[in-house]
Design a binder for this molecule. Sequence first.
Ligand code: NAP
Length: 289
Amino acid sequence: MTESTLHAKLLDGKRVAAEIADKTAARVEAIKQRSGATPCLVTVLVGDDPASVTYTRMKRKRCEALGMTSRKVELPAETTTGQLVAALTELAEDTSVHGILLQHPVPGPIDERAAFEAIPAAKDVDGVTMHSFAAMSFGLPGFHCATPGGIVRLIDAYDIDVTGMHAVVVGRSPILGKPMAALLLQRNATVTVCHSRTKQLPEIVKQADLVVAAVGKPQFVQGGWIKDGAIVIDAGYNPGNVGDCDFDGCAARASLITPVPGGVGPMTIATLIEQTADAAAEQLGLDGV
Ligand code: NAP
């Protein structure tokens, strides 16, 4: 896209995530000095899906770059729900572990909900349990689901007040669309949630002041669906660094848009590591860190 056709300004998730990371690194240092303990995140991966292997490695590397420790638990694809729950329960009881991330999706035969619920709320730094979802929906203290949590942090960093906006969330997964809708509602947006059975999707998206695309289909949301001046948040991440929105088409209409990569992705990791520092401070009984 040329400068003349790019209408939207970019919401720079990479920059905002780096600012959060700097603050988190300072907090990690303070936690270490005051408690002698090092905040620790454990990633749990079932199977060897290449994208999941990459994501968990990125998350651990980010933790380590900020002075935290990280461990990995890797289980074979044939792992049963019972075996996964047992592994998570062991981590739940390990006082040297402050945050637990179970990489989604787990292989089909596993009861993913049962596995997520084996993570105690205090260590649910990825915000995937029913407890975290309920707390988030009620506006009570607790951990945000990392991707929608990252999106609200990005919106806040740009001083965007969504009060009264019509927000359209395309996608209703438990880790993205639904918690996104809850967080936007909590911030007084008027929220419409769309999914694969939604009729006349383009017409609904055209009414949006804020669109969140969380579909898992490359370049799915078209520029022609976007109202002039709307804000477009592309949560999608598909092979080849492609989002769920047609970037050029949407950027020609939107006022603000997240790039892929460099938008929502870095904010997800920033939220995860920030919440791991929060979890460590809480579990170590440290106030004001
Ligand atoms: P998901 O579990 O597959 O959910 C996709 C959602 O899109 C579902 O609710 C589905 O509706 C809806 N959908 C599918 N086809 C549709 C259609 N034709 N029209 C309208 N809605 C449709 O995916 P997810 O885990 O939420 O992930 C969504 C995207 O976010 C993916 O691109 C993923 O890679 C990305 N992601 C990015 C990050 C990050 O850190 N950047 C983190 C997580 C996910 P139904 O419910 O009716 O099936």
